[in-house]
Design a protein around this ligand. Structure first.
Ligand code: C5P
Length: 269
């Protein structure tokens, strides 16, 4: 399938669990907002033609100033699903494929974007990056007692960007609205509900999702340093230096760098 490809980066979450006192996408990673990292990955990718950023409503002017001509910026909604709706509505009519990405995953890797787009171009209508689940997983009852051990060989942890045929994603969001579903956090799940086959591709361990202060601490170890020198791992990927992993891992023991505050001009204050 040919056609233009858009990335919709949803960045309108409040980031309450991170507790930074600002929208999560504006929190600093090595001196730059998380949003910038994801934006760079998509605007710099040869498969991506156009980008829409979905920002918190009150941060739209600041994000617009920061993003400039690199992306359209629209206000988000009360739930991630709503934010995706608003982002989709801002995608140009000639776009055929849409990748939806969480700004909360700033370290998205180019090969994963390529793999998602490649599968879509081969004709899949929904493609998601996944990782094997390495922990043993148990189902428990409300009292915390184990009910069953789940066979983890069949399980996958899901990342973003999730890629879709634009028409099918729009149809899935409309169908969800008709069923009064407004809080779904997984776009692929909406397509599954319609009976659309969802294809997986390998994700990347470094594409971690930042939810808690510990995740932000970890991202600082995984991310390339501001001088552009990545922290190498034995396999040669961008990953934590094993020496760092010997450091205390209790987030309370770690000084998380001060988040950048965006001024009205969109530059860090
Ligand atoms: O809250 P959580 O981290 O699961 O959100 C995943 C992504 O969805 C984040 O990038 C967040 O900014 C985005 N989001 C959004 N609008 C909302 C809630 C979340 O764009 N209302």
């Amino acid at each position: 399938m040919a056609g233009r490809v858009a990335a919709v980066i949803v960045a309108a979450g409040s980031g309450e669990r991170l507790g930074a006192g600002m929208p999560k996408a504006l929190v600093s990673l090595h001196g730059r907002p998380l949003l910038d990292w994801a934006l760079d990955a998509f605007t710099g990718h040869p498969d991506i033609d156009t980008v829409v950023v979905v920002a918190p409503a009150d941060a739209v002017p600041a994000v617009r100033a920061r993003v400039g001509h690199r992306a359209r910026v629209v206000a988000g909604g009360a739930s991630r699903q709503r934010s995706v709706d608003f982002g989709l509505a801002a995608v140009e009519p000639d776009v055929e494929l849409v990748l939806v990405h969480d700004a909360a995953r700033p370290l998205v890797e180019a090969p994963v974007i390529s793999a998602v787009v490649a599968r879509l171009r081969q004709g899949d209508q929904a493609v998601i990056p996944v990782l094997p689940v390495t922990d043993t997983v148990k189902r428990v009852d409300p009292a915390g007692r184990v009910v069953a051990t789940v066979d983890r060989t069949e399980l996958r942890a899901v990342q973003t960007p999730q890629g879709f045929s634009r028409a099918v994603l729009l149809a899935a969001h409309r169908a969800a609205e008709q069923r009064s579903l407004t809080e779904v956090t997984d776009d692929a799940g909406l397509l599954e509900a319609l009976g659309v086959a969802v294809q997986t591709v390998p994700g990347a361990e470094s594409c971690l999702k930042i939810t808690t202060p510990y995740d932000l601490w970890l991202a600082h170890r995984v991310a390339p340093e501001p001088d552009g020198v990545p922290v190498p791992d034995p396999a040669g990927r961008t990953a934590p230096d094993p020496a760092d992993l010997d450091a205390p891992t209790n987030p309370a023991d770690q000084a998380v760098p001060e988040p950048a505050v965006l001024s009205e001009s969109g530059r860090p204050a």
